[in-house]
Design a protein around this ligand. Sequence first.
Ligand code: HSE
Length: 458
Amino acid sequence: MKKTINIGLAGYGTVGRGVVSILLSKNEELSRRAGAKLRLKRICDKSFADTTKGKTSPRQSPPQDKNIKGLLPAGRVYTPDIEDIFSDPEIDIFVELLGGYQPAKRLMLLALDKGMDVVTANKNVLAKDFNELLSAAAKNKRRIYFEASAGAGIPVIAAINEGLCANEIYALTGIVNGTTNYILSNMSEGKADFADSLKKAQKLGFAEADPTLDITGGDSASKLAILSSLIFKSHIKPSDIHVEGIEQVKPFDIELGRELGYTIKLVALMEKVKPEAGTALAKSGAAFQVAPVFIKSSHPLASVSGAFNAVYLKTDAAGDQMFYGPGAGSLPAASAVASDIVYSARHIMEKSSLHMPFFELKNKPPRIADAREVESCFYLRFTAEDKPGVLARIADVLADHGISVASVVQKDGFSHKAVPIVVLTHEARTGNLINAVNEIDKLKMVKSKTVYYRLLDI
Ligand code: HSE
């Protein structure tokens, strides 16, 4: 009977440091839960190379880190050479915390081939190549765990796979990017502008190495792809998701929305789409989008601020569920990785291959609905001349496209030539709304591009 589970960890960055700190400081309790001593046998990071005097070799002393001082394992644990993990037949679990796409993907596949379980926080690789990794794990009778890949410290993947396995999850609304939520929260509270908030998020370690992935919605899309794949048990790819970021969000609209009782959030959405009677779309499907939207300020998701994340699920048996917590940062992500390590170790000890977490992506994929099929109420902000007939003309075009107005507010002008007119609509097909806006933007009396956001009814 095995008494020790050996871990090889690659990537000593923000998350890696947290994992090492948790595995060392809570080793006794985690080992007890795992049913075997959890031993960090190798920790690999390029930064452990001694490149002084032109040579590349392992440093003689491990990194100085106040979180692990006094807890450092003995022996040659810290290495700059990934081969030290793969050439070691004792390693049971490969913990991939390199981030990015390659070499992380290649190393995970190699680890599975070598008979190791894999624990990863890598949303990029999973979102793109979920099937390939799961197939490689199945072929090698190993498992891959990825709780930290979406929502970091929030155990939402375990909830979808296990706690809610008796449910149909028919809608997901997630605030799954801490950086953009932090920026929008700061802008909403008038605390800081876009650029300053982004700098602060980078300093706090939330932002991606390339923060455009946060800002443009790409990071949220990867997380939505992972969560949706688990919900549908079929690989939903980033390319199935309609993605908009927060680059265009203006403080003016945030403020107007706030006055009207709404809070702006960048959300990741999965929603089932109703068939449209009498059309070629008379087939249900699901739409996947990442976009800034207005949420009623009284909804619990509206109060998820700063770098916090939340995932709101609508389920058939368990009703509405909201998972909330820190979605980024060293220890929250490490908490998820550590729990995956315990799961993996337990399964290795039990020699079980069919235990939960049990995920297969073998279902027939849903019909991927176009974002234009989605029905929603909308916030529209026109910028138009302030003269008789303007509002009537705009209302006419909206009516021509079957869009019903719920309320109208005209604000003071930006200049004497143009005034902002805010229209809230009743429910309309997104495609109809876009067509109407395109037509309205061509009117001579309309002075700049119309801004529109969904008013999300969750
Ligand atoms: N860049 C991500 C965020 C980190 O801001 O949420 C966690 O995945």
